[in-house]
Design a protein around this ligand. Structure first.
Ligand code: GLY
Length: 565
């Protein structure tokens, strides 16, 4: 007999499946030569125009990055940082690490008050900001790997800031959600409210101070941001708000060119980003463990596959908390963590019938939160160059503080450090000393811009947002394509689950797990728990080299737009 709760569950479950697999398909963009996908239609259009005007994928990626700082101010930025993964048409790959750094005056216990309690200064206000890396990172990418002049790629952003853009419902909703925080800072009120009122859908938002900042960057390059007028405005904002960033900090900021993290999964090669992001190492460690199981044969969202994937996630997130941090400050055992041998050892105690209690693995990570904070975009050009970029100001609207006179939000990336060993940050992630605050150190990230290739040809360019769930969202999209043979819309839009070891809870999106799967997982000792919100948002491009076709489909969780030609 079907119980009442099952009776009402089944139709909703089927309904959602239909939405995921048909609504997504309807939006799939198909192209032959090139594609851009980002969280915002205007920014995507900017990227496509750059490509059509002869720019390569790097030119387009830099243009999209600047455009998002105008039209997607909740996460797109020039006041934050991120990672750009480039794979050129010849197969050479590189990462530009433009993660923020802690100001020189930062110290380990700076967010712990006299009674040993953590305050929230790592999340709000000037003290939460690290030294921004985006401007230096985008300009470095353009200089080293682009073909166009800075003026050409930044002009669309300048025009959008100066002439304005139409506020959409997404931005209106975010402003409503964060209104109280945003109203706490006069410089933010000046930019984001008109005569004290919220901007609403359909309004034109002009950002004159931001336009002036982008014009200075156009004319003087990174020098303006790090030692010119904009630098002075940032330092003035710090003085007003009690922040730590100095002129010296800005002058000393340097993006770092790094080797990508490389691995393989079945017949595919995986490229992703190294520390200070945990994304690449965790993704490859997860894939190495899962390669030991026939996930495809176990079945999509079957209790067998969900159980094994969760067991892998627990182990990898416990390693994350222990071993990962800024490689300039700690020795990260990258070689070991991404080796097949380590995956063999790490998975040797996975019991396919029984959950391992998280407490029996290692302490480290508590609570789970997903902030739609970060943003990812992917580009492929007609030459075969691929770019995968994730950048962020951490929380939605970062520190909530707009630099007065410069018109952009500063990040609250200092919260990605472990402010106090054993106490979670806003994603519930705890680190040990590997990710403790230190002067000039980069906080550990979960950003996972990734490129998957097969036989030397790009297959997937992807990444996402979602805090600690970025890694597991990217993972599930990859296995949806490789193991479950899904098309891009199904792979991106399929419901997801997430386990980050502590708490010992298998979080899943609404309707992800049918009742019988849920019960089977419980009988194996898992602790499934439905989440109120969605997990992350993935923006991916899928290439079929045999058909010579390119596909992309924005994640329904965020929307956005894919456009190709
Ligand atoms: N700020 C989120 C991350 O870097 O993972």
């Amino acid at each position: 007999m079907i119980s009442g709760s099952v009776r009402c569950f089944l139709p909703a479950y089927l309904f959602l499946i239909i939405i995921f697999f048909t609504a997504g398909n309807a939006q799939t963009e198909i192209a032959k030569k090139a594609m851009v996908i980002s969280s915002d239609a205007v920014a995507t259009e900017v990227g496509v125009n750059i490509l059509k005007n002869g720019g390569n994928a790097i030119d387009a990626a830099v243009a999209v990055g600047f455009a998002l700082s105008v039209v997607f101010p909740e996460a797109g930025n020039i006041g934050g940082g991120g990672f750009m993964l480039i794979r050129d048409k010849a197969g050479k790959s590189v990462v530009i690490d433009f993660r923020e750094t802690a100001p020189a005056a930062a110290w380990r216990d700076m967010y712990i008050d006299s009674t040993s309690i953590l305050n929230n200064y790592s999340l709000r206000g000037a003290m939460s900001s690290g030294v921004p890396g985006t401007v230096a990172g985008l300009i470095k990418a353009l200089e080293f790997y682009g073909t166009m002049k800075l003026k050409e790629v930044i002009t669309p952003a300048i025009e959008l800031a100066r002439n304005g853009f139409i506020v959409n419902s997404r931005l209106e909703q975010k402003i409503i959600e964060y209104e109280a925080d945003l109203r706490s800072y006069p410089s933010t009120v000046k930019t984001f409210f008109k005569n004290g009122n919220r901007y609403v859908e359909g309004d034109t938002l002009r950002q004159n101070d931001l336009a002036k900042t982008l014009i200075r960057i156009r004319d003087y390059g990174a020098d303006d941001f790090y030692s010119g007028v904009t630098a002075n405005l940032i330092v003035d904002e710090m003085k007003r708000g009690g922040g730590l960033i100095t002129k010296e900090d800005l002058k000393n900021y340097k993006p770092i060119i790094r080797e990508p993290i490389k691995g393989t999964y079945r017949n595919y090669e995986i490229l992703s980003v190294p520390p200070p992001s945990s994304g690449g190492i965790c993704l490859i460690e997860l894939l190495n463990i899962l390669e030991r199981y026939d996930i495809g044969a176990m079945g999509f969202h079957s209790s067998k596959s969900v159980h094994v994937i969760s067991e892998a996630m627990k182990r990898v997130y416990s390693d994350r908390s222990e071993y990962l941090g800024d490689p300039e400050f700690i020795k990260v055992p990258t070689g070991v963590l991404i080796s097949k041998r380590y995956a063999r050892e790490r998975s040797s105690d996975i019991d396919t019938m029984k959950s391992t209690l998280s407490g029996n693995i290692k302490p480290g990570i508590v609570n789970v939160k997903d902030h739609p904070n970060t943003t990812h975009y992917s580009v492929i050009d007609s030459f075969g160059n691929c770019v995968s970029v994730t950048y962020t100001i951490n929380d939605i609207f970062g520190s909530q503080v707009i630099v007065d006179g410069a018109g952009f939000f500063l990040n609250d990336e200092m919260d990605d450090f472990s402010s106090k060993p054993g106490i979670p940050n806003s994603y519930g992630l705890i680190g040990g000393y590997a990710n403790a605050i230190e002067s000039r150190k980069r906080p550990l990230s979960s950003m996972t811009p990734t490129i998957v290739t097969k036989d030397g040809k790009p297959i997937l360019i992807l990444g996402g947002r979602g805090g600690s769930a970025i890694i597991t969202s990217v993972l599930q999209t990859i296995i949806n394509v490789i193991d479950f043979k899904m098309d891009i819309s199904s792979a991106v839009n399929a419901s997801r689950f997430h386990h980050q070891w502590m708490p010992d809870t298998l979080f899943y999106e609404k309707f992800c797990l049918p009742i019988d799967v849920n019960q089977n997982l419980k009988s194996k000792g898992q602790n499934p728990c439905e989440k109120e919100n969605y997990y992350g948002a993935v923006q991916a491009i899928l290439i079929d080299p045999e058909k010579n076709m390119i596909y992309a489909n924005p994640d329904f969780r965020e929307g956005g737009s894919a456009k190709g030609y």
